[in-house]
Write a new protein. Structure first.
Length: 131
């Protein structure tokens, strides 16, 4: 589990995005490269579904029940939701490749393209400042 936090002035107000500094807070504190984490955040804010999965099939069939990749998103109003990423769907029969995904908000199962998932889920070493 990796938890990221943006550093701000400490008064509850958000600093301008150009002043954000990203820190890994769990399991241990580490500074992260601003531009690299900003890329992850931009990818999260620009997710688009490539397709909708069959609503009659349960989420366990799509690898979403115990999804290994999850993101908890905290919104400005204080609410949160979870994005789960499940099994791969191959490109076949005119359908685009991707991964089955679901949010805790509506539980609809979507297909999101693999390249977008790769932009969101990075290895720690890919987010560290360049030496």
């Amino acid at each position: 589990e990796k938890i990221l936090a943006a550093a701000g002035p400490g008064d509850g107000s958000a600093p301008p995005t150009q002043d954000w500094e990203w820190t890994l807070t769990s399991p241990s504190r580490r500074a992260l490269a601003k531009t690299k984490v900003d890329g992850v955040m931009n990818a999260l804010t620009s997710i688009q579904a490539a397709d909708v999965a069959d609503p009659g099939v349960g989420m366990d069939k799509y690898g979403l029940w115990k999804a290994e990749r999850r993101v908890e998103v905290a919104l400005a109003d204080g609410s949160t939701f979870e994005l789960r990423v499940g099994d791969a769907r191959p490109a076949e029969g005119g359908a685009q490749e991707g991964r089955f995904c679901m949010t805790s908000r509506d539980r609809k199962i979507w297909v999101i393209r693999e390249f977008k998932i790769d932009q969101i889920f990075k290895k720690l070493e890919d987010l560290l400042p360049d030496a």
